[in-house]
Design a protein around this ligand. Structure first.
Ligand code: SAM
Length: 291
């Protein structure tokens, strides 16, 4: 019998039969709203990706939707108590593979090659465990995983921050990284009542379309991200103070770089748009070499 994973009673019964209890530490809030998973799966495949990598399939509710829409689906789950649940729930899908492991540790590029073959058109689709939203996104983006897009459910505030314009108040260091690698868009909000158990906050689905080339050209990418972390780590300080302290540069060198870009002396780095951050990083990187 194929489970109707859109039926909350069937999901509850499945979990109960396996003696499963939710772990808060693993961010386990499972989707029970029948409209959300097909909508996420459609966004994942609509631009031509036909393979889907899911992180944290839980009881397989989103996974089943992905299996309906994609040619092949691989899902990485950390909690071993869910392995038998997933095998039972998704037994009828011949296009599904369960990968048992930690998405923060696995070699995901190798996994994609093994599961989908070289050159496959892949989308990541996941209701992310909230305790690792930012580190997991950063891992996926920084490793330049060959994927076309990420369609991820995150906390609503996190979605707004991740999709914010660089230079706006809502932006953080992770916002800069997201814009550097992708074109982000908040797709739709999902109320807390759509989950079992219901979390304390609402969520939103975010579509991150991976750029063919990063948003700006840089002399030294690692230095740029060190500068961004320094800028946003002390965002109340002026750029001169935050960057000289965070990067170990002389104040006068930072002040000269800022003046050279025609910016006011007391500007805060968090107020700068992407292109200006890039230009500043290039100047500071050069200044560091002469210091
Ligand atoms: N996709 C399911 C859904 O939408 O109903 C479950 C989503 S739940 C928010 C997060 C899932 O990620 C859980 O199944 C949890 O066990 C799993 N998880 C947590 N940390 C993980 C990790 N490091 N690697 C892989 N899976 C993880």
């Amino acid at each position: 019998m194929r489970f109707d994973l859109a039926d909350e009673a069937q999901v509850r019964a499945l979990l109960q039969r396996h003696g499963f209890s939710f772990s808060k530490a693993l961010g386990q809030n499972f989707l029970i709203d029948p409209s959300v998973c097909p909508a996420m799966a459609q966004i994942a495949v609509r631009d031509g990706a036909d393979c889907a990598l899911e992180i944290g399939p839980g009881a397989g509710v989103l996974t089943a939707s992905l299996c309906e829409h994609a040619r092949r689906v691989a899902a990485v789950e950390l909690d071993r108590r869910l392995f038998p649940v997933l095998r039972e729930a998704l037994a009828d899908y011949g296009n599904f593979a369960l990968v048992e492991g930690d998405a923060m540790r696995l070699d995901l590029a190798a996994l994609l090659r093994e599961q989908f073959g070289e050159g496959a058109r892949v989308a990541v689709c996941a209701n992310l465990p909230y305790y690792i939203t930012s580190p997991l996104l950063m891992r996926l983006l920084e490793s330049r995983l060959p994927v076309e897009k990420l369609v991820v459910m995150v906390q609503k505030e996190a979605a707004e921050r991740l999709a914010a314009e660089v230079g706006s108040r809502a932006a953080g260091a992770v916002t800069v990284a997201v814009r550097y690698y992708t074109e982000p868009r908040v797709c739709f909000a999902v109320p807390r009542t759509s989950f079992l158990p219901a979390p304390k906050v609402d969520s939103a689905v975010l579509e991150l379309r991976v750029r063919k080339a990063p948003a700006v050209r840089l002399t030294d990418e690692a230095f740029f991200f060190r500068m961004v972390r320094a800028a946003f780590g002390q965002r109340r300080k002026t750029a001169v103070n935050a960057l000289s302290a965070g990067l170990g540069l002389e104040k006068k060198a930072v002040a000269a770089a800022i003046a050279g870009l025609g910016l006011p002396e007391a500007v805060r780095a968090e107020a700068l748009p992407m292109e200006t951050l890039a230009a500043l990083a290039d100047r500071l990187c050069a200044a560091q070499k002469t210091q």
